[in-house]
Write a protein that binds this ligand. Structure first.
Ligand SMILES: [Zn+2]
Ligand SMILES: [Zn+2]
Ligand SMILES: [Zn+2]
Length: 138
């Protein structure tokens, strides 16, 4: 765990700080998405809101984590597994929200379909969020 944290930070040319280490650890510890609130709660004993916010912004810019839209407009974050790089994400997978346990998962193997738009419209990004019952709950 320590090794992979140091490795990810090094690969992205980020110096190792306490907050980066701790927050990255939270992401590496689980394979479901984390809500901004969860991260704040888990990191709060050590870091203030601003530090948590800045750390998340840095990870987003570096292509370490990506955001997931939710129906209630709260932000969720998940670790990037595709080859995301600084300023450019390739997370073209579907996200699944379980209405029973509330967990959000990256469905890495399910790609977002191409959506045909009328003439004159240009797609910049397509987000697909599917809600339903997850494997653990069904
Ligand atoms: Zn990404
Ligand atoms: Zn569930
Ligand atoms: Zn994802």
């Amino acid at each position: 765990m320590e090794d992979s944290i140091a490795e990810v930070l090094k690969k992205n040319q980020l110096s190792v700080t306490e907050s980066r280490r701790k927050i990255l650890e939270l992401f590496l510890q689980q394979d479901t998405a984390l809500a901004h609130h969860d991260i704040e709660v888990k990191a709060q004993e050590k870091f203030d809101r601003v530090t948590v916010y800045r750390t998340l912004q840095t990870f987003l810019e570096k292509g370490i984590i990506h955001t997931i839209p939710t129906p209630d407009n709260s932000i969720k974050y998940a670790l990037c597994r595709d080859n995301c790089e600084e300023g450019h994400h390739h997370d073209d997978h579907v996200h699944f929200i379980c209405t029973s346990c509330g967990i959000t998962t990256c469905l890495e193997e399910v790609h977002v379909p191409d959506i045909k738009l009328p003439k004159g419209y240009k797609t910049m990004q397509t987000e697909v969020v599917v809600s339903g019952i997850c494997r653990a709950c069904s």
